[in-house]
Design a protein around this ligand. Structure first.
Ligand SMILES: *Cc1c(COP(=O)(O)O)cnc(C)c1O
Length: 388
C-alpha cells in the first residue's frame, strides 16, 4: 500500500493530483464553493442538456413511461429492446449508410472496435493527438501501430508507402475535431489517400463534432462531404446530444463483424432503454437545430479572435471550432490562469501533460450555444485584463 501512497504524493508534489469535484449546476452555471461560475468547460455544445422544454416534452411522452430504466443484460442475451434498432435505423438513414451500431459510451466504442478489427497482420496509423480511449483501443489490439505527427499527412503518406505492402489491413485512426487543440482533420484528403490502396480503412471519431457541425448536424464528415467514404465513423451521445452512449455508422458487413467480435459490446449490459429513447428523441431533432449551430459558430469566432490576441494559436486560422485552447506552456502558469478566471466567475480548467504534450499546458475553453452575448463580452473583458 505504501507504493500507492507514494504515487499519489508524487502527483501532488507535481501539482497533478486529480480529484472528484462536487459540482451542482444551474443551467450553464456551475456552483463551486458557493459561487456561481459560467461554465466554460462544457461539452453540452448545443445547450440541450438543461433545456427544460425538451426534457418536459420527453417526459410527457409514452416512451418515458413504458420503457424500463435498465436493460438488465447485454443486447446479445436478453437486453435487445427494439428501441436500440429504432435508433440504429434512424442513424443509418441520416448518415446514408447501410448500418449503425450503438455502444454504451464512446470509450466502450473506441476500446472495443480496434481490438475486434485488428490482428497481428494489421497496422494502425494514428494521429499523435487522438483521444486516450483510442490509444487504449490500440493497446488492447494485437496490431502493430505507429503514430504520425498531428495532422502531418505527408508523414502519414510516407508511412503508408513504406509499410502498406507488409500488412493485410491498415487502419488510419483520427478524430475529426481534436479535443485539446480544437483543430480539424482534412477528411477528404484522408479519403483520397486511403483509396489509393485496397486494404486501408479509415476510422474517424467525431465525438466533438456530432450535433455541432454539418448542414444537418451530423458532424465534420457531413460538412466536408465525405460521409460515404469513412469506413467507421463514430460519435458519442454524451456531448452535444445531451445523453449517454455512442454509435458507429459503417457497412452492414462491418456491423455484423463487430457484433460478433467486439468484447465491449458483447460482455456489457446495454444502456437503459429509456435513455436510448431520449437519445432517439434528441437525435430526431438535430437537423432542425441549425440556429443553435450558427450561434455556437458565432460565439466561437468571437472568442477565438479575443484569445488569439494573447495566446499562440496551435491551429490554422481557418479552423473555427468551439474548443479554444489558451496555451500557457508550464503547468504552473496554466493552473494559475485557470484559478484567476475561476475567481472572476468563469469555470475553466487547466489541462496538463500527459493529457497534452509536455510544455503545452493550457486552459481549455469550450463554448455552448446558450451563452449570451453579454456573458461572452464579460469573459472577453476579463481575458483582456488578466491574460498572462
Ligand atoms: C469524450 C470522447 C470520447 C469518449 O466518449 P464517452 O461517450 O464520453 O465515453 C471518445 N473520443 C473522443 C475524441 C472524446 O472526446
Amino acid at each position: 500500500m505504501q507504493h500507492f501512497k507514494h504515487a499519489l504524493d508524487k502527483l501532488k508534489a507535481q501539482d497533478r493530483l486529480r480529484r472528484l469535484p462536487d459540482l451542482p449546476q444551474e443551467g450553464r452555471y456551475i456552483v463551486s464553493d458557493g459561487l456561481k461560475l459560467l461554465n466554460l468547460s462544457s461539452n453540452d455544445y448545443l445547450g440541450l442538456a438543461h433545456d427544460e422544454v425538451l426534457r418536459h416534452e420527453f417526459l410527457a411522452g409514452d416512451a418515458c413511461r413504458e420503457l424500463p430504466w435498465s436493460s438488465s443484460s447485454s443486447r446479445l442475451l436478453t437486453g435487445g429492446f427494439p428501441i436500440y434498432q429504432e435508433l440504429e435505423t434512424l442513424l443509418a438513414a441520416r448518415y446514408q449508410r447501410e448500418a449503425a451500431l450503438l455502444f454504451n459510451s464512446g470509450y466502450h466504442a473506441n476500446i472495443g472496435i480496434l481490438p475486434a478489427l485488428a490482428d497481428k497482420e494489421t497496422l494502425i496509423l494514428a494521429d499523435k493527438l487522438v483521444h486516450a480511449s483510442l490509444i487504449d483501443g490500440i493497446r488492447l489490439s494485437d496490431a502493430d501501430y505507429l503514430r504520425y505527427r498531428h495532422n502531418d499527412y505527408a508523414q502519414l503518406e510516407r508511412l503508408l508507402e513504406q509499410r502498406a505492402a507488409n500488412y493485410r489491413c491498415i487502419i488510419i485512426v483520427t478524430e475529426s475535431l481534436f479535443s485539446m487543440d480544437g483543430d480539424t482533420a482534412d477528411l477528404p484528403y484522408l479519403v483520397r489517400l486511403k483509396k489509393r490502396y485496397g486494404h486501408v480503412l479509415l476510422y474517424v471519431d467525431e465525438a466533438h463534432a456530432v450535433g455541432a457541425y454539418g448542414e444537418t448536424g451530423l458532424g465534420l464528415a457531413e460538412m466536408q462531404g465525405c460521409m460515404a467514404d469513412i469506413d467507421i465513423l463514430t460519435g458519442t451521445f454524451g456531448k452535444a446530444l445531451a445523453s449517454v452512449g455512442a454509435f458507429a455508422v459503417c457497412s452492414a458487413l462491418m456491423k455484423d463483424y463487430l457484433t460478433n467480435h467486439m468484447r465491449t459490446l458483447i460482455f456489457s449490459t446495454a444502456l437503459p432503454p429509456v435513455n436510448v429513447a431520449w437519445t432517439h428523441f434528441i437525435f430526431q431533432q438535430i437537423p432542425k437545430m441549425k440556429a443553435r449551430r450558427n450561434r455556437l459558430a458565432a460565439l466561437s469566432r468571437r472568442l477565438r479572435e479575443a484569445v488569439a490576441a494573447h495566446y499562440p494559436s496551435p491551429m490554422p486560422a481557418a479552423a473555427n471550432s468551439h474548443i479554444i485552447p489558451c496555451i500557457l506552456g508550464s503547468n504552473e502558469a496554466a493552473a494559475k490562469q485557470a484559478q484567476v478566471w475561476q475567481q472572476q466567475g468563469y469555470y475553466c480548467l487547466p489541462i496538463r501533460p500527459p493529457t497534452v504534450p509536455k510544455g503545452s499546458a493550457r486552459v481549455r475553453l469550450s463554448l455552448t450555444a446558450d451563452i449570451s452575448d453579454d456573458e461572452l463580452d464579460g469573459f472577453i473583458h476579463t481575458l483582456n485584463k488578466t491574460a498572462a
